[in-house]
Design a protein around this ligand. Sequence first.
Ligand SMILES: Cc1cc2nc3c(=O)[nH]c(=O)nc-3n(C[C@H](O)[C@H](O)[C@H](O)COP(=O)(O)OP(=O)(O)OC[C@H]3O[C@@H](n4cnc5c(N)ncnc54)[C@H](O)[C@@H]3O)c2cc1C
Length: 309
Amino acid sequence: MRTDYDLIVLGAGPAGLTAGIYAARARRSVLVLDTGTIGGQTVLSYHVANYPGVTETSGRALSQAMLQQARAFGCDVKAFAQIAEVDLSAPLKTITLKDGTAFGAPAVILASGGVPRKLGVQGEDRFVGRGISYCATCDGDFFTDRPIAVIGGGNSALEEAVALSRYASSVTIIHEFDHFQAEPWIVAEARANEKISFLMNQRVLGFSGDTQLSAVSSVDKETGFAVETRVDGCFIFIGYVPNSGAFAHQVKLTEYGEIVTDGSLETSLSGVFAAGDVRQKRVRQVTTAVADGTIAALAALEFLSDLAA
Ligand SMILES: Cc1cc2nc3c(=O)[nH]c(=O)nc-3n(C[C@H](O)[C@H](O)[C@H](O)COP(=O)(O)OP(=O)(O)OC[C@H]3O[C@@H](n4cnc5c(N)ncnc54)[C@H](O)[C@@H]3O)c2cc1C
């Protein structure tokens, strides 16, 4: 049994919910399906302080408000969908669940976000939001005049370390090699920064603290010397994993698995759009995700109108 909609949105984070709001408000039938919980990565954020017009909120509260708004316009939103198959190739794109239920639509928006790559060491999950963060723009301000560590050695890690030095009292960059993978200009900028120090060749073992993070434990890979770095915060920048596996081989991806889009956020497949963190872009924030949701929804609406013409 298949239920058809004008538009199916995969992912109910800020990008997907915004797309749902715009398309449902335009009186289109819209289904937003999420394989997890509503809100996406925002539910990991205890404080969202940089969403314009909302001075202080939690990610959960912000996404619940978006959900209510989408439903008020008539958007169907389903969480914890067990998706068995996504077929984007035919003019009517179909999503089939494991129980056999199927949904079809001529237009689809892929808004499945992504996850920061984790170290996978002891204490990491426990201290997320309690000292550990994966987002300098989001959380840097919370560590004003406090000592922090940055883990990573690529461009993001060094750029964010320099940015975080504007808030923190000190920044210790902890890196697994004796050299950086980042470009020379940002390495030079970090080295010239008086607040930044370096712990190279380290294997991070874990994080410790009481209710809040207080130390990062690591070991020198050559000497075996154990190091405990006392910090109030630790930012981990070791990469980003887009949730694009379900669409691989169907739409064009970058070498990092990000979905490639054009200016209207259309993918390499006609009628298939991508919005938010899953697509190839530089800035991954709630504001940029909702902007993408808007653009993709308006482009999908135009696509649907053209089909009917
Ligand atoms: C710890 C943390 C704190 C942050 N704090 C802030 C902050 O303070 N301010 C800020 O602006 N930004 C913050 N960010 C970044 C922000 O949360 C993201 O940029 C934003 O949520 C991206 O929105 P999105 O809708 O593109 O993707 P996501 O929020 O990742 O949502 C994607 C959704 O798609 C679902 N999904 C995955 N695969 C599939 C599939 N195959 N089919 C259907 N659904 C699928 C997921 O379950 C998820 O619900 C933070 C990020 C993290 C990790």
